[in-house]
Design a protein around this ligand. Structure first.
Ligand SMILES: Nc1ncnc2c1ncn2[C@@H]1O[C@H](COP(=O)(O)OP(=O)(O)OP(=O)(O)O)[C@@H](O)[C@H]1O
Ligand SMILES: [Mg+2]
Length: 358
């Protein structure tokens, strides 16, 4: 177990800066997920922590020691990659034990630790096989075992489940969570999959374009997105976001002049300012079209999900969705009204994208 601290960590490739100063404190034994779209710098950040990539600027400390210039193997981190990086010519047992062999651990000790680790991840009966004779999930377990056997203080995972089918991913997520409870090592897990982030994380770090947008528990990230980016990135369907301005009496007025009651306390602060208004599909109720204070639009596409139904429409020029119960019947092209409670609404400054109010 080891705490990790990043202070103003930056990375440039030549003139191209890809990480713009990341500050982060990760507690001992914490499971942290870095979530963000492709190309935002997740792998780069993780590889800098592992020591596989130079740090251009800033300080990285593991267990209280600055490790910027330490070799990867001196940092006490074990990394699990997306492609597993197994040695194809070695058996499962040899793959798991390889790092111990390199470190000069005696053969009997090696054998003992390999067997224990194989048991932990459910690989005992596969120890004599080569990776080619394993399923994707079993290979993934070998990759995990190879990290576990070294008894690292820190686990680093770079999208380790993205090559697995949807069902196996869910099983392996539960497995990783269980292992984390058992081993209690500080873990950093990179993914672009929000469901994975939500189910695994003690805390999620949302990244965008080389910057941290928000750090919080899954619930904080979902219920209180700190920026317009996080609001639009986390949640399925994505949060409905409309551009408009705040009126003198504290309502939000969209491009068509429809007034929506938001948070009255915003009136004085943001009157006449351009803002982005947000409400999640599940917080939207269907009402009669034309109801005062409600949005009116046409149902353009209806997504059947079994236990719920999502009505998709367009308000102004923005997509707008409402999740409703499957017994609510709406025809394609039908005019509908959308209403919501002001406590379920979110506001962001149009220029900075920062959250306005609590
Ligand atoms: N060796 C390199 N030279 C130049 N640019 C690089 C190099 N490696 C990565 N980049 C750039 O750095 C940025 C961040 O890349 P990174 O691999 O960290 O993204 P990521 O968030 O892991 O994306 P993904 O989800 O697709 O894996 C990208 O714009 C990428 O093109
Ligand atoms: Mg990556």
């Amino acid at each position: 177990m080891a705490p990790i601290s990043l202070r103003n960590i930056q990375k440039s490739y030549g003139d191209l800066q890809v990480i713009h100063g990341v500050d982060l404190k990760i507690s001992s034994g914490e499971f942290v997920v870095i979530l963000g779209p492709s190309g935002c710098g997740k792998s780069t950040l993780l590889r800098m922590i592992a020591g596989l990539e130079d740090i251009t600027k800033g300080d990285l400390a593991i267990d209280g020691r600055i490790v910027n210039h330490m070799e990867p193997r001196e940092r006490g981190c074990a990394m699990v990659f997306q492609n597993y990086a197994l040695y194809p010519h070695m058996t499962v047992a040899a793959n798991i034990g390889y790092a111990l062999k390199v470190a000069g651990v005696s053969k009997p000790e090696r054998q003992k630790r390999v067997e224990e680790t194989a048991k932990t991840v459910g690989l005992t009966e596969f120890l004599d096989r080569k990776p080619a004779a394993l399923s994707g999930g079993q290979r993934q377990r070998v990759a995990m075992a190879r990290a576990i056997v070294r008894e690292p203080a820190v686990f680093l995972f770079d999208e380790p489940l993205s090559n697995l089918d949807a069902k196996l991913r869910v099983v392996m997520r539960a497995e990783i969570r269980r292992l984390h409870r058992q081993l209690a090592a500080t873990s950093i897990f990179v993914t672009h999959d929000q469901h994975e982030a939500m189910t695994l994380a003690d805390r999620i770090i949302v990244m965008n374009s080389g910057r941290v947008e928000q750090v919080g528990t899954p619930s904080e990230i979902y219920h209180n997105p700190a920026t317009r980016f996080v609001a639009g990135f986390v949640g399925t369907p994505a949060m409905n976001l409309l551009e408009g301005r705040i009126t003198a009496d504290g309502s939000f007025r969209d491009a068509h002049g429809t007034d929506i009651k938001v948070r009255p306390e915003m009136a004085g602060l943001y009157a006449e300012q351009p803002v982005v208004f947000g409400v999640r599909a599940e917080s939207v109720r269907l009402v009669e079209p034309g109801t005062p204070g409600a949005l009116t639009a046409c149902a353009e596409f209806i997504e059947e999900l079994g236990s719920t139904r999502i009505i998709h429409s367009v308000v102004g020029d923005a997509a707008f969705a409402a999740t409703v119960s499957p017994d609510i019947r709406v025809g394609l092209g039908e005019r509908v009204g959308f209403a919501f409670d002001s406590k379920d609404t979110h506001l962001y400054a149009a220029d900075s994208g920062s959250r306005i109010g609590a």
